[in-house]
Write a protein that binds this ligand. Structure first.
Ligand SMILES: Nc1ncnc2c1ncn2[C@@H]1O[C@H](COP(=O)(O)OP(=O)(O)OP(=O)(O)O)[C@@H](O)[C@H]1O
Ligand SMILES: [Mg+2]
Length: 257
């Protein structure tokens, strides 16, 4: 919801994407305001991940527009979009398995460093300061999710839930303005679901804008301010958790066919 007349942080307008005969998204529009926690839900195959891919630049849009902080970012390259302040996680968890936990976190800042090549050539001291600060931040984030003891271990040694946490904090590393989480609580233990939920909540309480895709309705209903529902690539509902729980179209989408 708009707060104090704020402009939306992200504006998705009439987003449309087809794959060889499949309409993955059709005319999907919604906004996210600064500080909001918005959930995107819908049955399997309803287009949630495709929407993430379109917003974060991993897929080209067929039609429509994505604006971030008022700027048209439709079809901009994923690395450029990341630098503009959008970070995401992947449904299938994409940590660098052969790298250590700490190295995984540091990769999140690599692009920021590369952007500063001139500085890299001119000022070794500045670089050292940057690397020191980055390391401090990485350790802080690892403490937050209790992964510091694993900092020097290769990511492949982590349990699945821990890898999800690692991917989550890697996305937080550059302090993005918008963080997009694709099923952060899927496939992890009950205890880990609760931890993930607390982390997302805490992040939002600190003012971070978050877009979450999640199937676990207990989590969704608990954390969301607003929910957008997709079905067969169309937006069929948008509202507060209680509005969505009693929405007839949503019930039909989940249980009616
Ligand atoms: N790269 C692709 N090539 C062809 N079809 C695709 C591709 N990606 C997605 N699809 C199709 O687009 C539709 C939407 O898929 P998408 O992965 O976005 O759904 P989802 O809502 O994320 O589902 P889930 O809840 O299972 O993750 C599905 O019919 C899917 O099979
Ligand atoms: Mg998906």
């Amino acid at each position: 919801m708009p707060r104090n007349g704020a402009q939306p942080l992200l504006e998705v307008s009439q987003l449309t994407k087809h794959f060889l005969g499949v309409t993955a998204l059709l005319d999907v529009s919604f906004d996210i305001y600064p500080g909001e926690l918005l959930s995107l839900i819908g049955p399997n195959g309803s287009g949630k991940t495709t929407l993430f891919n379109c917003v974060s630049g991993f897929l080209k849009l067929d039609r429509g527009q994505v604006r971030f902080k008022g700027e048209d970012i439709s079809n901009v390259r994923p690395d450029k979009i990341a630098l503009k302040g959008i970070r995401r996680t992947f449904q299938d968890v994409r940590t660098f398995q052969e790298m250590t936990v700490l190295e995984n976190l540091m990769t999140a800042l690599q692009q920021h460093q590369e952007e500063n090549m001139i500085e890299r050539v001119l000022g070794t001291q500045r670089i050292q300061q940057f690397e020191h600060a980055a390391r401090e931040r990485a350790l802080e984030l690892l403490d937050m999710v209790d992964l510091r003891p694993w900092q020097h271990m290769q990511a492949r040694h982590l349990a699945y839930g821990q890898r999800k946490l690692l991917e989550f904090v890697t996305a937080l590393m550059p302090d993005p303005d918008l963080i997009m989480l694709d099923e952060p609580a899927a496939g992890v233990s009950g205890e880990m679901v609760d931890r993930m939920k607390q982390h997302i909540r805490a992040l939002n309480a600190q003012g971070k804008t978050i877009l979450v895709v999640e199937h676990n309705m207990r989590v969704v209903m608990d954390i969301s301010e607003r929910i957008v529902v997709l079905d067969y690539g169309r937006k069929i509902a948008e509202g507060t958790p209680s509005e969505i729980q009693t929405n007839e179209l949503v019930r039909e989408a989940y249980f009616g066919h």
